[in-house]
Design a protein around this ligand. Structure first.
Ligand code: HEC
Ligand SMILES: [Cu+2]
Length: 360
């Protein structure tokens, strides 16, 4: 009985811990059971269906187990207790009681059919929606879909809008209510694209192209990250999906690559100097900025860097201070990152930051 209580306490403890952890996870921006689009919603429903069936089985089986343990437990017998100090007759009765066994049952066709049929039916209930959903998710989202090629790099994401000629990094803008076809590839090792509130994970595998689709039903910023261990900065390979009303999306797309936005003559001069720094120092060899001499591809395309909310694959807010920190010493922020430290004078640094922040 002491063991039983111990097990019961452990079990209740585990359920309590899970119950406390769930709402805590729900508060986070990557809680996938709080979907913001049809793909994540369908996946969540299938998960919950399976979970509820399993919970039903768990409760039924454990219930029968606990009932059996309690109901048929060995009880101290009056005779056995008496036996220790009793007469010879009492001792004999006690010994006989010890040997007394419950009826031994072997084979029961009815029961066997029932407990084969029930799992069969339950598996069928899980299998039908699973197969249907698998086909729905593998299907092409159609001609109207926006297509984005996603390329994983150590440790940042490249996004190419194949129909629009736009390339960006670590942050994708998509129009609300329109399906997005994602062509998923990698430039080096295996990565995994994952924006929990919009859709489940998809591998980016060398030499292979995977496809998936997603859609955001409400405007907002959805957090994602690489979900496959891909080296030192796997945990710092984040991304954001910004879902915009269609008109705002179109305006952003039309404006992309239009060059610097400046408010004053003085700012224009700084931006001009910054562009020259970018085009003549090592930056141009690794980064592309539309409309400049910089056409490198080893690092993220920076054409709209001023419009992004974060830099360095989601680990720093995009502010002029953080840009300067990053550019002056990327290795201090992301040690081992594939952007080297480029020696710039303080003036050059200031100008290049002015140039980059104007690209919005
Ligand atoms: C050898 C190639 C290389 C050179 C040279 C280089 N970068 Fe980078 N840069 C990268 C890579 C790779 C990343 C992505 C790093 C990461 O997030 O892990 C990056 C990231 C950045 C980012 C953040 C972009 C984002 O989307 O988060 C900025 C801004 C940037 N570089 C600016 C510069 C500037 C300015 C220079 C010149 C002073 C420069 N880079 C020189 C390779 C390079
Ligand atoms: Cu990765």
């Amino acid at each position: 009985m002491r063991h039983f209580r111990h097990v019961l306490r452990l079990g209740l403890g585990a359920v309590g811990a899970a119950g406390a952890a769930l709402p805590a996870a729900a508060a986070g921006p990557q809680y996938w059971l709080d979907p913001a689009g049809p793909v994540a919603a369908m996946q969540g429903q299938l998960f919950l269906l399976t979970l509820y069936i399993m919970l039903g089985i768990f409760v039924t089986v454990s219930g029968i187990l606990v009932y059996t343990l309690v109901r048929f437990r060995e009880r101290a017998k009056a005779g056995a207790r008496a036996g220790q100090a009793g007469t010879a007759v009492q001792r004999e009765t006690a010994a006989a009681a010890e040997e007394e066994l419950p009826p031994q049952i072997e084979g029961n066709h009815k029961l066997e059919v029932v407990w084969t049929l029930i799992p069969f039916l339950l598996l069928l209930i899980i299998a039908i929606p699973t197969v249907r959903l698998s086909f729905a998710l593998a299907a092409d989202p159609g001609e109207d879909a926006l297509e984005i090629r996603v390329v994983g790099h150590q440790w940042w994401w490249e996004f190419e809008y194949t129909q629009l000629g736009i390339v960006t990094g670590n942050e994708i803008r998509i129009p609300v209510g329109r399906p997005v076809r994602l062509i998923i590839q990698t430039d080096d090792v295996i990565h995994k694209f994952w924006v929990p509130k919009l859709a489940g994970k998809m591998d980016a595998i060398p030499g292979r192209t995977n496809q998936m689709w997603l859609q955001a039903d409400e405007p907002g910023v959805y957090y994602g990250q690489c979900a496959e261990l891909c080296g030192t900065h796997h945990a710092n390979m984040r991304m954001r999906v910004v879902a915009l009303p269609p008109a705002e999306f179109d305006a952003w797309a039309a404006n992309w690559g239009r060059g610097p936005v400046v408010e004053s003559e003085a700012q224009l001069a700084a931006v001009e100097r910054g562009r020259q720094v970018f085009e003549t120092r090592a930056c141009f060899a690794c980064h592309t900025i539309e409309g400049t001499a910089a056409q490198g591809t080893a690092g993220p395309n920076l054409t709209d860097i001023g419009a992004r909310t974060t830099i360095a694959a989601g680990i720093l807010d995009n502010t002029p201070e953080n840009l300067a920190r990053w550019i002056s010493d990327p290795q201090a922020i992301k040690p081992g990152s594939l952007m080297p430290r480029v020696g710039l004078t303080p003036d050059e640094l200031q100008d290049v930051v002015a140039f980059l922040t104007s690209l919005r």
